[in-house]
Design a protein around this ligand. Structure first.
Ligand SMILES: Nc1ncnc2c1ncn2[C@@H]1O[C@H](COP(=O)(O)OP(=O)(O)OP(=O)(O)O)[C@@H](O)[C@H]1O
Ligand SMILES: [Mg+2]
Length: 410
């Protein structure tokens, strides 16, 4: 495996493209050398990148800004994205262990993980991540690392995360058009936890929610592994849009008012409080009740949390979340969000700020960078993407299988 010392990650979000360039020292600690964030609008449709040109231009600006600050040029990027096309499931794989030695090596581990992902997928979907949860030797208790143990049968339970091929192809196209190469393509929900959660939170059970502009990503951690991931096609942009429609004001003004005076828990607002709407397009300056503004925000955020809660219930892990809920992403900056989340989930709520890695000051108190920082942690662990290489192989197998099915109609 290559020992790169510089890492470049790009989070392609629905409201911003954020690049971080970091270096690693001998103790495997990262320090950020450069960053570049460029705002973006309307590049996704139904969670799939639809405006490739604009994405390529914005991405090039974002990476160039980070390169300039870091004083280095990069070529290879770890790229993260999300979207409601994401699907996930847990799967089991089993392999026999070599009879002559009975000792489990890296080969058996690779083979069993391979076996766990040998599931038939629809033609238009692909596996992006296969995350081991536990290994079992001869039906014993679950363990994290089976290498060096002996037995005759090795089993693994994995979490498989898939994406729409159209969505991944669009990302590859945009990044290539910008003049860069993707070494790791990552679905954000699998990395955000590494920017925020403690080992205890991952072990005891935590629901992580990343509220972005167009997507709200979910990851459930339990016993030190990801148990469930999902992405809901709604986020802060929907809140702003509701304010624009409800108050009959332009979107950009609604965004400003949301940030300056928004609140997600209307019961906490003094009914006499008013919010000023400045003069716009010949319409005179006016005032609206802050309770009204908060109730518009609350209705949408409650809907998003209830959809998240449904996903958690369906996953079967709702009674395994003793560490409660960590909410992050730009949307987590809304005042009163913790109280609303507590009402919906009935669990302790924490707003997740990325503080685990040593970062420049501009990242403090900015939950919208959790995904980018999670991508850095991921790229440190995947300097050469073994996973991607394996997936290319699996994708080829799926494609051959699908072609055979199509030809023989089986
Ligand atoms: N202070 C704030 N109060 C309320 N909302 C905020 C605040 N700051 C940012 N937001 C909202 O956060 C959202 C953007 O969050 P973020 O930067 O995490 O999204 P993204 O990563 O670009 O999008 P996605 O994850 O959906 O692809 C916007 O809808 C914005 O209105
Ligand atoms: Mg995001």
């Amino acid at each position: 495996m290559g020992r790169e010392t510089t890492f470049a990650v790009v989070d392609i979000g629905s409201t911003k493209i954020a690049t971080l360039i970091a270096s690693r020292n001998g103790q495997d600690e990262l320090s950020v050398l450069g960053c570049g964030t460029v705002k973006v609008e309307d590049i996704f449709r139904k969670g799939i990148l639809s405006n490739i040109d604009r994405t390529a231009r914005t991405l090039a600006m974002s990476v160039s800004a980070a390169e300039e600050m870091a004083g280095i040029k990069v070529q290879n990027l770890t790229v993260g994205f999300s979207g409601e096309h994401l699907r996930s499931f847990n799967s089991l794989g089993v392999v026999p262990v070599s009879k002559t030695e009975n000792q489990i090596t890296e080969n058996e581990v690779e083979a069993v993980i391979e076996a766990a992902q040998a599931v038939r997928l629809p033609f238009e979907r692909e596996i992006l991540h296969v995350l081991p949860q536990e290994f079992f030797i001869d039906q014993g208790d679950g363990i994290k690392d089976p290498i060096g143990n002996t037995g005759v049968r090795l089993e693994v339970q994995v979490h498989v995360v898939t994406a729409s091929t159209a969505a991944t192809q669009a990302i590859y196209k945009a990044v290539r058009m910008a003049g860069y190469e993707i070494t790791n393509l990552v679905l954000n929900p699998i990395v955000v936890g590494s920017a925020l959660l403690s080992a205890e939170e991952e072990e005891v059970g935590t629901l992580l929610i990343d509220i972005g502009g167009s997507a709200t990503d979910i990851a459930i951690y339990y016993k030190g592994a990801i148990r469930h991931t999902a992405s809901i096609g709604m986020g802060g942009k929907y809140v702003t849009n509701d304010i624009a429609v409800g108050l009959q004001i332009p979107y950009n003004l609604a965004e400003k008012i949301k940030i300056a005076s928004g609140h997600a828990f209307s019961a906490r607002i003094d009914p006499v409080e008013m919010v000023e709407i400045p003069e716009i397009g010949g319409r005179q300056q006016s005032k609206v009740s802050r309770v009204l503004l908060a109730s518009i925000i609350e209705a949408r955020m409650e809907e998003i949390f209830e959809l998240a809660d449904d996903t958690v219930k369906r996953s079967g892990y709702s009674n395994k979340l003793a560490c409660g809920v960590v909410v992050t992403g730009g949307g987590a900056r809304l005042r009163g969000l913790d109280k609303l989340a507590n009402k919906v989930f009935g669990l302790p709520i924490k707003i997740g700020y990325p503080e685990k890695i040593h970062l420049p000051e501009e990242f403090y108190g900015k939950p919208e960078y959790s995904a980018a920082i999670g991508l850095l942690a991921y790229s440190l662990r995947h300097p050469v993407d073994q996973e991607e290489k394996r997936n290319i192989l699996v994708r080829m197998i799926h494609k051959v299988e699908d072609a055979i099915s199509a030809i023989f109609n089986i």
